[in-house]
Design a protein around this ligand. Structure first.
Ligand code: PPS
Ligand code: ADP
Length: 280
């Protein structure tokens, strides 16, 4: 049975309400849902979902649109036991339609001083001017709050990237264009963040700027301190940076004479446009 335009109170039935009548199409004939029934319903914003009622007429599960998530059973996820995914009928596609864009993650990686924050900022400005919502997760800034407990030793960098990857995933799911700019020096961690997102939605941008150029800029004086042995484990000096080989976008600057952050951001905007991220 196809119910078109099920009443807006639909979210209210998920969880507890017993079998009842659901008016649809703005007050047309009510439909009697039967215990044990499985119904194709159209919820807000034309999203189709499957509504299954248990034998008592309680909502057993909603399906569709949440591939890989188990809606009906308790699960163990990491150290969290007995957790259950809670589904809300307003989904990513609905938010994307509101925003007229597609949620994704622009992951900008590169050495300290390579221009990550500058490109992130220029990109965010350009998107804003086009009426597109983005949000920047800058490594430096996130370490002022969420990740203030983390240092720069290898295992903390891994956790830093994992957390930012997870937060980026939430932003993308919200429909935002999330711009994450972190050194993210290890390939494996970047690959893990990529794997958190649907294919295509993780767009890696490599700031391909040699150490000599970054060190020449040294806006915070950190390379100088690292060379003087006053900072240990500084990326590029005595800590590794693993360049990506498969980044979607490479922004190169081999000499001190680079194109501007704005020109670089323009390339990212073109990519987003070409791949359809700037429309719903
Ligand atoms: N040891 C060491 N190595 C590298 N960077 C250091 C270090 N100590 C402090 N900083 C400052 O921290 C900024 C990098 O933070 P991230 O969170 O992006 O780093 S990482 O992704 O966890 O490697 C980085 O900022 P950016 O210059 O914007 O990259 C540095 O200013
Ligand atoms: N394309 C560029 N050309 C020249 N200088 C740049 C460029 N991008 C950034 N810079 C300068 O390099 C320094 C580091 O830039 P920043 O964006 O903070 O890099 P990161 O976030 O990778 O550390 C800053 O002083 C910035 O003004």
């Amino acid at each position: 049975m196809n119910l078109i335009g099920v009443n807006p109170a639909l979210p209210g039935i998920s969880g507890s309400k017993k079998l009842g009548f659901f008016s649809f199409n703005g007050g047309n004939q009510p439909i009697n849902l039967k215990p044990g029934g499985v119904y194709q319903i159209k919820v807000a914003m034309e999203e189709k979902q499957t509504l299954k009622l248990d034998v008592q007429g309680k909502v057993d599960r909603f399906a569709n649109g949440h591939a890989g998530k188990n809606h009906s059973h308790l699960s163990t996820i990491g150290n969290s036991t007995n957790v259950k995914w809670h589904v809300c009928p307003v989904e990513k596609t609905d938010r994307q339609k509101l925003l007229q864009q597609r949620g994704c993650v622009i992951w900008i990686t590169g050495l300290s001083g390579s221009g990550k924050s500058s490109v992130a900022c220029a990109l965010s400005q350009m998107l804003y001017q086009r009426g597109k919502l983005s949000y920047i997760l800058d490594g430096d800034n996130v370490r002022h709050g969420l990740n203030r407990d983390l240092s720069f030793k290898a295992e903390d960098r891994v956790e830093n990237i994992r957390r930012v990857g997870e937060v980026s995933k939430l932003f993308a799911d919200s429909g935002f264009i999330c711009i994450a700019c972190l050194i993210s020096p290890y390939k494996r961690d970047r690959a893990a963040c990529r794997a958190m997102l649907p294919t295509g939605d993780f767009i890696e941008v490599f700031m391909d700027v040699p150490l000599s150029v970054c060190e020449g800029r040294d806006p915070k004086g950190l390379y100088k301190l690292a060379r003087a042995g006053k900072i240990n484990g500084f990326t590029g000096i005595d800590d590794p940076y693993e360049s990506p080989l498969d980044a979607e976008i490479v922004l190169q600057c081999n000499t001190g004479d680079c194109s501007t952050p704005r020109d670089m951001a323009e390339k990212v905007v073109s990519y987003l446009e070409e791949k359809g991220y700037l429309q719903a």
